[in-house]
Design a protein around this ligand. Structure first.
Ligand code: AMP
Ligand code: MN
Ligand code: MN
Ligand code: MN
Length: 285
């Protein structure tokens, strides 16, 4: 069970990935993934397609989502796994969370225009698969297309992040609400890529403490955006907070993403894999 090739974090055109849910399923399966979850940002519109494609390939499936949350003034991502994707409170909460994205995108475009980059709203929109879900990733692809940056990671170093052109502060869901929507729909909540936040040690401790008190059960330990040292650090945090450990590539696109589906190292032996507690939520092929 420990060595199961589970990939429980990935994106499709339903949010800011470039492959359809069916294409992500096929790629995961081709790479040897045995248990997969599609976790589009703030959106479960791809879940039925993803599940159907997984089962047709003989791959087990967990429903998934990655919810944008504001905690201590920063954006934190909470992954939900193994929930009922049609649960009304969850889908309503996600719709509210997505709601401000168009206004934000227009403000981002206005800010980019002020530094001499016109037309970014329309430019980003060309890359959007789901009109409800315009994200910074779509702006990043437009800036690369324009030759302003050579790849999307450079965009996030020079633009779209705090203090840089094109950054617009935004208030996402509350941590308590995101965890409650996931739990209410029968799923489990997981802190996504914890090493990617810019928290002080006290703020990080507060995030883990509050998350645990709200009924959160997991933390991503092995993810495409952690270093090997960070696997160890968050394996230790998982043990300290009695959280289960998750593993997921955070795949978005074959060229853009550093980590392909199903290719990460296994979880450290010191943690309990989250899938060991999800046996009754897995939709089996
Ligand atoms: P948004 O939800 O619109 O704020 O966009 C967040 C998305 O931008 C993340 O899910 C990533 O796909 C992407 N992103 C954020 N920071 C970076 C980065 N440093 N490098 C590449 N992609 C990034
Ligand atoms: Mn993304
Ligand atoms: Mn994320
Ligand atoms: Mn993600």
């Amino acid at each position: 069970m420990h060595l199961l090739n589970a990939d429980l974090h990935s994106h499709s055109t339903v949010s800011d990935g470039t492959l359809s849910p069916e294409q992500v399923a096929a790629r995961a399966h081709a790479n040897g993934v045995a248990l997969w979850a599609l976790t589009d940002h703030d959106e479960v519109g791809g879940q039925a397609r993803a599940c159907e494609a997984a089962l047709a390939l003989g791959m087990d499936y967990l429903t998934g989502v990655e919810i944008s949350v504001t905690f201590a003034g920063q954006t934190v991502h909470i992954v939900g796994l193994g929930f009922d994707a049609e649960h009304a409170e969850l889908t309503r909460g996600l719709a509210d969370t997505r709601g401000g994205r168009e206004r934000r995108a227009r403000d981002m475009a206005d800010d980019l225009a002020r530094v001499g980059i016109p037309g970014a709203f329309e430019g980003a929109l060309k890359y959007v698969g789901n009109p409800d879900l315009i994200s910074r990733t779509h702006f990043a692809r437009f800036l690369v297309e324009q030759g302003i940056c050579s790849e999307t990671h450079e965009v996030f170093r020079r633009y779209l992040t705090e203090g840089k052109p094109g950054y617009v502060e935004h208030r996402w869901a509350r941590l308590a609400d995101a965890v409650a929507w996931i739990r209410g729909a029968g799923g489990v909540a997981v802190i996504a890529h914890p090493a990617r936040y810019d928290f002080s040690p006290n703020e990080e401790y507060a995030l883990f403490t509050d998350f645990k008190a709200l009924g959160g059960v997991g933390v991503e330990v092995v993810t495409g955006s952690h270093t090997v040292a960070e696997y160890q650090r968050y394996a230790d945090m998982a043990r300290e907070f009695d959280l289960l450990a998750s593993r997921g590539s955070d795949f978005h696109d074959p060229a853009e993403s550093h980590t392909d589906l199903g290719t990460l190292p296994d979880l450290p032996g010191s943690v309990t894999p989250i899938w060991e507690a999800l046996a009754d939520k897995v939709i089996r092929a």
